[in-house]
Each structure stands twice: as C-alpha cells, then as structure tokens.
Design a protein around this ligand. Structure first.
Ligand code: FO1
Length: 334
C-alpha cells in the first residue's frame, strides 16, 4: 500500500511517527511505504547556513533523535557554538541553533554548494536517520528555494514583511498578519517523485499541521493541489483545531488574515475541493462540515506515542472505509 502524507513540523512529525508505529502493529501487514512530502516554506538562511526546520523536525522525530519536550531540535543538545555566536553578536538571538543541529545545517549547506538538490541532500540525511529501513521516504515539496514571509504593520502606518520564523519564534505570531507571501513559490516546481507519490497513492493523509503555513504552502507549489484534487486515493485529514483553538502552535493567527473561521469546520472548508474524510475532536462533532466530506469524531489529542498511533489508525480506518464506498456522484474533484 502506498500512503502519502503532506506534513509540516512538530504535529506532522508526531502523526507520521504514530502512523509508522500503528502500521508496525498490524497483523499480516500488507507491504506499505509511506512517502512524506515536507513543507519547506519555513526554511531560512542563518549565519550563511540553510536551515530546513520542518524537514529536520521530520528527520529527527522519525529517526529517534528529536528533543521530545520541544518537538524540534536534537535530544541532548548543547549550545556552545550558539552562545559564542551570541557573544560575537552574530546571528539572531531569537533562534537558537544547537551544536548537533549545526552539523545538519553545515552538511546540507556544503552539499547544496556542491550542486546537490534539496531532494538529494534530504535523501542523505534520511539515510543517516534510518528512514528507508522504516519504510519512509521524505521528499521536500520542492527543490526550488522558497520562504514564507509575513506582512505586518510597520510603525509608520505602512507594512513590512518579516521572515516566517521571526514572526513565529521572535514574536510568537503575536503581530497581526495582514497576509502571507511566499518568496519563490510561483516559479517553484514540485520536487522529483512528489506528484507521482500523490497520484499513485492508495491513501493521502493530511496530519494536524498548520493548514496555512505548512500544508497550505505544500499545496501552493504549482501542480501539487491539482494532483491531490485528481488522485483516485481517498484524501483524509486531521483537524489541527480543537474547540476553535489550535492543539499547538498558532494556526488561529494564520487563519484570521485569510478570513477563515478558526474551527475544524473552517479548516475543512479550505480543503473542501479535495477532502474526502475529516477527523475532528468529539467537541466539534456537531458542527456543520462541507458536503461530501465524511466526518468522524474522536479524542483528537496525541498525548503520547500511543495517542499518535491511535489517531493515525483512525485516519487509516476512515481511508479504508472511503476506499470501499463509491465516490458520491458529482464530487467535483474526480
Ligand atoms: N523554535 C523556537 O521557538 N525557538 C527556537 O530557537 C527554534 C530554533 C530552531 C532551530 C532549528 C529548527 O529546525 C527549528 C527551530 N525552532 C525553534 C522551531 C521552528 O520554529 C518550528 O519547528 C517550525 O519552523 C514551525 O513549525
């Protein structure tokens, strides 16, 4: 079975880890490969190094090296280099690159400078983290460098754009976003194997990643949203909102500027042109959802690994249920 997942950082990585552990516990498992298409809009160049936070969060989480409390960065990390850079006044003080994490960025930057694509670099990092042995393929959404910027008010009545990471980390998404603009997205092309992984999937999953700045960016790469709309596979998503609030992160601050209702139903609405199934929390079971979307409610929280496996199992079950039923006539995306 071919499962393709469009994933952002922390929530997406935990969901995929849960998916892998759920798949490992099935009786008589059908051979299954999981292709994860990772968001690259968070990427940033710092102290001359290319940092890919969502790809690295997926690598560290699926490879067993992530700092569990943070959900990002390396376990057992130290910051001697970052501390000295601070003393030297080099690099922003609001974004800490740990010593082990720096090795990832140094290797990636070196390989990119040697002419490797981001996909080739990600393959090497995935090998280092043992992803192929776990039946996982990690693809960047695009090899074209893209960066999400957030347009906020300046202090002279105008507006200015800041990097997504500055908005997210330095300001905690507290500056009202007027809009998002993704540098390089219009000219980007899907990375190798990405479109095939969507078109050839038996199931496409959207974990509870940020629908605007994570999954929204992946879908914004020319050709990807069309591929999701056109796939024969059921498309099943997991709400990132519970009772009108993000389970983690700042999805609410991202939906407001789009005028989208901050709710599980609101997010289903922005996916409505391709969504077949939608997992929501029991608290949101009675809301109104787009026609043609099959909604199931459950305890949405991934409190631990077992919780993530349970949520992923529910998504798989909904996908199987949808695969077994004829597509309602008139679904606009078949
Ligand atoms: N998040 C923070 O809140 N503070 C940090 O200093 C920080 C550093 C950092 C370094 C590497 C990396 O891959 C991620 C890092 N993050 C940090 C998390 C990052 O902002 C998020 O993982 C995503 O970009 C948002 O989804």
């Amino acid at each position: 079975m071919q499962i393709t997942v469009l994933a952002g950082g922390v929530g997406g990585a935990r969901f995929v880890r849960g998916l892998l552990s759920h798949l490992a516990t099935r009786e008589a498992p059908e051979p299954t490969t999981v292709t994860v298409i990772g968001n690259t809009g968070d990427d940033i160049t710092l102290v001359g190094l290319r940092v890919c936070p969502d790809l690295d969060t997926l690598l560290y989480t699926l490879g067993g090296g992530v700092d569990e409390d943070q959900g990002w960065g390396r376990a057992g990390e130290s910051t001697r280099v970052a501390d000295e850079l601070g003393t030297l006044g080099v690099g922003p003080d609001w974004f800490t690159l740990g010593d082990l994490d720096l090795a990832t960025h140094l290797a990636r930057s070196r390989w990119l400078a040697q002419g490797l694509t981001l996909s080739e670099v990600t393959d090497r990092l995935a090998q280092r983290w043992g992803l192929p042995e776990r039946g996982v393929r990690l693809l960047p959404a695009t090899d074209t460098p893209i960066e999400t910027h957030v347009v906020v008010d300046d202090d002279a009545g105008g507006e200015r754009a800041i990097h997504f990471q500055e908005w997210w980390v330095r300001h905690g998404a507290s500056l009202p976003a007027r809009r998002f603009s993704v540098a390089g997205l219009g000219g980007a092309t899907a990375a190798p194997h990405v479109l095939d992984a969507v078109r050839g999937a038996d199931l496409v999953l959207l974990p509870p990643s940020n629908p605007v700045v994570s999954i929204g960016i992946i879908l914004g790469v020319p050709g990807i949203r069309e591929a999701v709309r056109g796939t024969r596979a059921p498309v099943v998503g997991v709400s990132p909102l519970l009772g009108g609030r993000p389970v983690r992160g700042h999805a609410d601050a991202c939906l407001a500027p789009l005028g989208v209702e901050v709710s599980a139903a609101g997010v289903a609405g922005i996916y409505a042109d391709f969504l077949d199934g939608w997992l929501v929390d029991d608290a949101d079971a009675d809301a109104r959802y787009p026609a043609g979307v099959r909604v199931r409610s459950l305890d949405l929280l991934m409190r631990d690994g077992a919780g993530a496996a349970r949520l992923a199992g529910a998504a798989l079950d909904l996908g199987q249920e949808l695969a077994g039923t004829p597509v309602p006539a008139g679904r606009d995306r078949r």
